[in-house]
Design a protein around this ligand. Structure first.
Ligand SMILES: *[C@@H]1O[C@H](CO)[C@@H](O)[C@H](O)[C@H]1NC(C)=O
Ligand SMILES: *[C@@H]1O[C@H](CO)[C@@H](O)[C@H](O)[C@H]1NC(C)=O
Ligand SMILES: *[C@@H]1O[C@H](CO)[C@@H](O)[C@H](O)[C@H]1NC(C)=O
Length: 374
């Protein structure tokens, strides 16, 4: 009898001990920092500080962004970006601040930093028609600067652990390499004339590999890398090619598909060759296709017409897609697209949630919650 009591007591102690330990682990596992790289899909205001044609710091952009009271922030959408939603869902206390914002200094950088820039791409020449933008090479140079600041704030060894264990590295890039480079040969260097799609995609992949190795050298370990969306289906492409509502531009979609196949191989290669690193592929192509095809199932009324800036489009109108003089729809959460290029907040929320808890069709080899719990 005494023995039995003793056992129960021990068991109780064990249970208490386990649950305390569990709580501590939860605390430790909270997303501490989010480092975001890429283009206008996740730019949170860097382009506000550049002289560039690619800007979103005018109304009605941001009209549904609660943290700014509906004022524009430089985000190319009506509310939160995919990365904003992912950060919130994984328990990040604040949104990652844009690298170029003057108040992105001191302890604020411990939330993470956003380097993404509208018009930016993997290749340095991408987006030159906007005059200015941050390409991936420069974004990583900037992270290298942040990395040293974190050493100063935390000390070298804690900083290393912070970056390796508690930081998520999100990269959404590639669309502009097609839309604002390869498919616009007359403004860039005429690559399309001289390079077949295979060679161009090969160039992109080789550059991207180097960029990801550099981040790994700087202690990044948990990566989520997005493939390129069905860019042939964005309203801009439908308008300039004068397509019907349900049609998409094959050339643009084929380029994206070709790149995405090579990207998948690259991600597998990095998981094999960089031990300790976890590279997760976000299949944004299939996710966005699903939203476009089955839009009514997700509560949208259109996947072909942009909410802001409906019009005849064209080269120049397409550069600055949503401005105060644009027409604005009244049911913003019923549109898949906010402007001619970018998803609405309603679409971003669906996309983010699928990346966090979705299955291997959309996020592999694991979803973001599993990546987080590693
Ligand atoms: C930095 O400035 C931006 C824009 O003025 C503001 O939205 C943000 O809250 C500020 N962040 C901090 C940490 O002060
Ligand atoms: C990339 O472009 C920037 C200017 O935007 C230039 O300073 C830099 O040297 C270029 N890098 C490469 C590798 O060409
Ligand atoms: C980071 O910057 C230092 C110079 O401060 C340079 O030596 C190093 O190569 C850079 N690292 C990467 C990965 O770019």
């Amino acid at each position: 009898m005494a023995l039995k009591c003793h056992n129960i007591f021990a068991l109780l102690l064990l249970v208490v001990n386990l649950s305390l330990h569990g709580n501590a682990a939860d605390q430790n596992n909270r997303l501490a920092a989010s480092f975001i790289f890429g283009d206008s899909l996740v730019d949170a205001g860097n382009n506000n500080y550049l002289s560039t044609l690619s800007k979103a710091n005018v109304p009605p952009n941001g009209i549904d962004f609660k943290a700014s009271g509906g004022n524009p922030t430089g985000r190319f959408t009506n509310g939160r970006t995919i990365s904003d939603v992912v950060g919130e869902e994984l328990g990040q206390p604040n949104y990652a601040l844009p690298y170029l914002a003057p108040n992105t200094t001191g302890k604020a950088i411990l939330n993470g930093v956003n380097y993404a820039s509208g018009g930016g791409g993997i290749l340095n020449a991408t987006g030159s028609l906007f005059v200015n933008r941050l390409g991936m090479d420069i974004q990583i140079d900037y992270f290298n600067i942040t990395r040293k600041q974190i050493d100063k704030l935390l000390g070298e060894s804690e900083a290393r652990e912070y970056i390796m264990q508690k930081s998520l590295f999100s990269i959404i890039v590639g669309s502009n390499d097609f839309l604002n480079n390869y498919l616009l040969p007359f403004v860039s260097t005429g690559v399309r004339v001289s390079q077949d799609p295979d060679a161009f995609v090969g160039d992109m992949i080789n550059h991207f590999r180097i960029q990801l190795y550099r981040l790994f050298q700087l202690d990044a370990r948990k990566f989520v890398i997005s493939n390129v969306a069905p860019i042939g289906c964005i309203p801009y492409q439908r308008i300039i090619n004068e397509l019907n509502d349900d049609d998409c531009v094959d050339l643009a979609n084929n380029l994206a598909t070709q790149y995405n196949a090579r990207l998948k191989d690259l991600v597998n290669e990095l998981n094999d060759n960089l031990p300790g690193g976890t590279f997760v592929l976000a299949n944004v192509y299939d996710l966005v296709s699903e939203l476009i095809i089955n839009y009514h199932k997700y509560g949208f009324t259109t996947a072909s017409k942009a909410c802001c800036g409906i019009g005849s489009g064209g080269q120049v109108a397409g550069l600055i897609p949503c401005v105060p003089t644009s027409s604005l729809c009244s049911d913003r959460d019923k549109h898949v697209f906010w402007d001619q290029y970018h998803p609405s907040e309603a679409a971003n929320i669906i996309l983010a949630k699928k990346l966090i808890d979705g299955d291997k069709r959309y996020i592999s080899p694991m979803n973001l919650r599993q990546l987080w719990d590693l």
